[in-house]
Design a protein around this ligand. Structure first.
Ligand code: BJ8
Length: 426
């Protein structure tokens, strides 16, 4: 993944070149072990290999070229931040990665050790000058989801311009009104940052672009109902991760072509795993790139992941923005409505999430659900108890994992996943 032709660009962005080279090396070898070692991958996954090989290269170059033309790059760490607004002003929306522990040491100089790995990761990337996406961002949008994130943004703002929107924690009519006004406040901020007006016309076009991207991800999900599964969970996760970085129109085209190929596979009964491989639904915290640890452990033990109830998965793609808004304000309201439907564990009550997990378990005909939560993530670790009960009522086997981004617990995860898969086979 390292490529010296981009070194000047990385220097200009202020990256720590030696540490960044080390990161690319580790990423490259993890990718080889976890992705390139898979057998019988669909040919369309070559797009993913290319994107990953150029993730800090060509894509960053594209961002820098766009910035040179006066376009703005807007970053975020959460699914509640609508990417349509940045697109409407001709900007680029980037879902910032927070899936590696390379900057943990630096992060822990500022944040308590018992902070979740995702928060330490984005802080660490910034403090260690390792992420060209963060450095390319003109503005980062934070949100009041969990306590850890919301307090971390106050500190993050001291290092990088950060604008925080208030996300309510309940879905009452009052909360909906607050959220609509927050989306309006964000729209104004993006207009100020870009020097461009958000109009009904450019917003409508942005909604169409993002809806098309989410529709193709829905198509991908539907194809995974097939048995044998036509694509691995690892590759499906990677597709869901890449959607946050790549150009949305290019991404939609490439994944549509990949889905055509998967459709053929389904017709011919070609799969990535045997038809009797245990089918698993993974549910819980988002797996931001390059966090591939748990899916690798699950699939290398002979199971196949057929769905992700996660922000990097179906939680982020199941809803589209209604396209019937006429005026700028109406379209902003439709956007607010769509995003408030997301069922993050930061909300209370959050019964929709329980319903969605059961619905997905049935839809993808899974043998069991593996709940994945990051250590110190109160919303998901606590909500896991309700998930377990909801699944027990339906007699769906459940395994709860709590982990972080280090590799130290891989043998332990391996043993627990193997034992769970044994039970599923009985
Ligand atoms: S919409 S899941 S992306 S908040 S893992 S930082 S919750 S302590 S990531 Fe999230 Fe938005 Fe919700 Fe999705 Fe806090 Fe938990 Fe850490 Fe988390």
């Amino acid at each position: 993944m390292s490529n010296s032709k981009y070194e000047q660009m990385w220097r200009d962005l202020g990256l720590d070149i030696a540490a960044h080279d080390g990161l690319l090396e580790v990423l490259g070898s993890a990718y080889k072990d976890i992705y390139l070692s898979q057998e019988n991958r669909p040919k369309g996954t070559e797009y993913l290999d290319f994107v990953l090989s150029e993730i800090h290269g060509l894509r960053i170059q594209e961002l820098m070229e766009a910035k040179a033309q006066g376009k703005k790059v807007i970053g975020s760490f959460c699914l509640y931040v609508p990417e349509e607004l940045a697109l409407a002003v001709g900007g680029i929306s980037v879902g910032l990665c927070a899936g590696a522990d390379v900057g943990t040491k630096e992060a822990e100089k500022v944040l308590p050790r018992n902070t979740c790995a995702l928060i330490k990761s984005f802080f660490g990337f910034k403090l260690s000058a390792l992420c060209p996406y963060i450095e390319a961002c003109d503005l980062v949008i934070g949100e009041t989801t969990c306590d850890g994130k919301k307090k971390a943004y106050e500190l993050f703002n001291e290092y990088h311009p950060t604008f925080v929107i208030e996300l309510p924690q309940m879905k009452t009519p009052e909360a909906k009104r607050l959220w609509c006004s927050e989306i309006g406040r964000l729209a104004t901020k993006i207009e100020e940052t870009s020097g461009k007006e958000i109009t009904a016309e450019n917003l409508r076009a942005a909604v169409k672009t993002v809806n098309a991207k989410r529709s193709v991800l829905q198509r991908l999900s539907a194809l995974r109902k097939a048995n044998p599964a036509p694509i691995s969970g690892r590759d499906a996760l990677l597709i869901n991760q890449v959607q946050f970085y790549d150009d949305p129109v290019r991404f939609t085209g490439k994944i549509n072509a990949l889905c055509d190929e998967l459709e053929e596979r389904v017709e011919k009964g070609i799969g990535v795993a045997p038809a009797d491989a245990p089918r698993i639904l993974v549910s819980g915290c988002p797996m931001a790139a390059p966090n591939w640890k748990v899916p690798f452990v699950i699939e290398k033990n002979g199971a196949v992941i057929v769905g992700e109830e996660s922000c990097v998965g179906e939680r982020g793609t199941r809803n589209l923005v209604a396209e019937d808004g006429q005026t700028r304000d109406e379209i902003l309201d439709r956007i607010a409505e769509r995003y408030l439907n997301i069922d993050c564990a930061c909300f209370t009550p959050n019964d929709e999430r329980l319903d969605h997990i059961v619905e997905m378990a049935r839809k993808y005909k899974v043998a069991g659900v593996i709940h994945y939560a990051l250590q110190f993530c109160a919303p998901y670790t606590i909500e896991a108890a309700r998930v377990e009960k909801a699944l027990a009522r339906e007699n769906i086997p459940f395994l709860k994992l709590e982990t972080d981004y280090s590799m130290e617990d891989v043998p332990q995860l391996d043993t627990r996943v193997q034992a769970f898969l044994e039970i599923l086979k009985q």
